[in-house]
Design a protein around this ligand. Structure first.
Ligand code: MSP
Length: 520
């Protein structure tokens, strides 16, 4: 494992406030950033906003703002949402910032000088919402193959990027780096595309004003702006600062992991790597594509009119409950149908009934049956029990899943431990053992309680990146905050018996009260 970790989200269009789909990508990256910090790695976590291009220009016209005014207003909504959700990014980049524009222009100039960007002309069908051209055959009935909205005919003098030149090297890279694109099914889509007829792509626009100017060129007859996807993708490097002798770039760029939705995988897994190859720069380490949250099997999105406001959801069910639900319910690489009913059921079942209830029961019983002084847990933990067996088996599996963004299966494994505690309590009935006068029963009672406590300590520690604030509170009741102050708690404290030797447990208040499912 490298000592550094660099994770990015896509940068979001500032046409509108964030919705649950944007929340999904951002929380995924935040969980991974948090998890890797808790593994003791030095983490850089980048997010931001995509503020140029036709889409923004068009929207600003509709709202009667300048494009910059629109961006300045909408970016606040992102900052606000990420604050509510406790997103701990290291940097937030906006593509209208000088530091970004400089790098974009530097890259384009370099490609013009090397001949990989050349002047030509282009006629094609263009989808403004997707900011992408498509062919006549792709555009059935004049509709975009991706979003099914009408395409427009555009003819432009244009700069082209010699993408075709880099197809073979990219195929080779994908072959020799099997984890470059995950999951496997999405990788195959990219391979399918690369094995088709890949053409050079248009890299500039003359039809928009709102963009970064192409470098001056006496051959050009028009005023060209840099294609918004070239502009946007560059953020992953421009945010690290200037390339020359920049330790942040040198340390973090080789570790880059891009988290993206499946709709923008091609831009990240084909366009971006070929741009980088042409620039002579190393490729990111990995690109992870997730599925969509859907509503009646349609992508949830502002333009389809079914967007859901993340801040309203946080008020309704709570920040941690939302963070947990999104990654316990849906398999990361696949689409997932979102309904309120599924959300409430999941939160009530897993957080109120299982996790919250376990914490409550165990932190209630320990002071009641063992007193409220510090308890030396060491000798109890040496004993064997079914919970100890589950912990030793399921936790490494959960850790393994996290290596490939397998959030859902990771949590499933941790839940073997959490629901195991409830079952263990039922089967061993501490309240009956407590009534016995036999010293063996007293010994058994204490062992049962401490094994439950240890299981919950481990589960809570693992859950910290998912439900940061509730986990911290739970650790306090368990008397094991000590774990969290450790420099690499997920590396050193997650095994059975690795926590503090003595704990002082206090009765908890409910962590996740049961939610009433609203009648709509
Ligand atoms: N600006 C580009 C990205 C440039 S990255 C160099 C963009 N922006 S976006 O705001 O339209 O979308 C950003 C991300 O949100 C994408 O990864 C997209 O997949 C994700 N989501 C938008 N709606 C979504 C769902 N309904 N479900 C899950 N994620 C979805 O594309």
């Amino acid at each position: 494992m490298s000592s550094r970790y660099y994770i990015t989200t896509p940068i979001y269009y500032v046409t509108d406030a964030p919705h649950i789909g944007h929340l999904y990508t951002t929380v995924a990256a935040d969980i991974m950033a948090h998890y890797h910090r808790m593994l003791g790695q030095e983490v850089w976590f980048l997010t931001g906003t995509d503020e140029h291009g036709q889409k923004i220009q068009k929207k600003a016209k509709e709202t009667g703002e300048t494009p910059q005014g629109l961006a300045d207003r909408v970016v606040q909504r992102y900052l606000e949402a990420w604050k509510v959700y406790g997103i701990e990014y290291s940097d937030f980049i906006r593509t209208t910032e000088e530091r970004h524009k400089k790098v974009v222009q530097h890259f384009i100039k370099k490609l013009m000088d090397s001949g990989d960007v050349y002047l030509g002309s282009y006629e094609g069908l263009y989808c403004i919402p997707c900011e992408a051209y498509c062919t006549e055959t792709q555009a059935t009935e004049g509709k975009c193959p991706d979003c099914h909205r009408p395409v427009e005919k555009l003819r432009e003098e244009s700069y082209f990027f010699k993408m075709s030149k880099y197809v073979a090297p990219l195929l080779k890279h994908i072959e020799t780096h099997p984890d470059f694109i995950l999951p496997e099914s999405r990788k195959n889509e990219v391979l399918g595309f690369l094995k088709g007829d890949v053409k050079d792509i248009s890299i500039s626009r003359t039809t928009i004003d709102w963009g970064i100017p192409m470098p001056a060129d006496p051959k050009a007859t028009k005023n060209h702006k840099v294609y918004v996807w070239f502009d946007a993708l560059t953020n992953y490097i421009s945010a690290l600062g200037p390339l020359d002798k920049n330790p942040k770039y040198e340390q973090f760029w080789p570790e880059a992991i891009h988290v993206v939705g499946k709709d923008i995988l091609r831009f990240h897994a084909v366009y971006w790597p070929t741009f980088l190859m042409a620039l002579g720069l190393p490729l990111p380490k990995q690109i992870i594509a997730h599925g969509w949250l859907t509503d009646s099997n349609r992508k949830i999105s502002k333009s389809l009119g079914n967007a859901i406001d993340p801040i309203a959801l946080s008020k309704e069910v709570g920040v941690d409950a939302m963070r947990f639900f999104l990654f316990r319910e849906f398999v990361f690489g696949q689409d997932g149908e979102y309904t309120k009913e599924i959300m409430y059921q999941r939160i009530n079942a897993d957080l109120a009934n299982d996790f919250g209830n376990c914490i409550n029961r165990v932190t209630n019983m320990i002071p009641k049956y063992m007193g409220s002084n510090a308890i030396d847990v060491d000798s109890y933990l040496k004993e064997s029990s079914e919970l100890k067996t589950v912990a030793l088996e399921a936790v490494p599996l959960a850790q393994k899943e996290m290596e490939t963004f397998g959030f859902q299966r990771a949590l499933e494994n941790i839940w073997k431990l959490v629901s195991g505690v409830n079952r263990y309590v039922e089967n061993n009935a501490p309240w009956t053992l407590a009534k016995s006068t036999d010293p063996k029963d007293k010994q058994k009672l204490e062992q049962v309680l401490i094994h439950c406590h240890e299981s919950l300590r481990i589960a809570t520690l693992f859950l910290t990146p998912f439900i940061p604030s509730s986990a911290k509170t739970a650790m306090k009741f368990l008397g094991t905050e000590w774990d969290l102050s450790h420099p690499a708690p997920l590396k050193t404290q997650l095994t059975w018996g690795a926590g503090p030797k003595a704990v002082t447990v206090t009765k908890s208040s409910p962590l996740f009260p049961r939610l009433e499912i609203p009648k709509e």
